[in-house]
Design a protein around this ligand. Structure first.
Ligand SMILES: [Zn+2]
Length: 79
């Protein structure tokens, strides 16, 4: 049995506040903090929200079971 983790989120478009399950989020981890962000769909207005994710948020979401996508950059030839 998987415990359902709920994350508090807010929509900058309609200013709605709600709690969403981990499965509602997508986390994209880039090479820098500027390219690391999480996204979710607002249940109120249906808008796709994308917000920058700091280290704490990344850890929180990852632990909560949010699916993570690692972005690759062609600017790192040694990779
Ligand atoms: Zn909204």
């Amino acid at each position: 049995m998987v415990p359902s983790v709920l994350f508090k989120a807010a929509c900058p478009d309609c200013h709605g506040r709600f709690e969403l399950a981990a499965s509602s989020f997508r986390l994209a981890i880039g090479g820098t903090s500027k390219t690391t962000f999480y996204s979710f769909t607002c249940p109120d207005c249906g808008g796709l929200i994308r917000k920058p994710a700091g280290e704490r948020i990344v850890e929180l979401l990852t632990r909560g079971g949010v699916s993570t996508m690692r972005l690759h950059f062609s600017s790192s030839p040694g990779d």
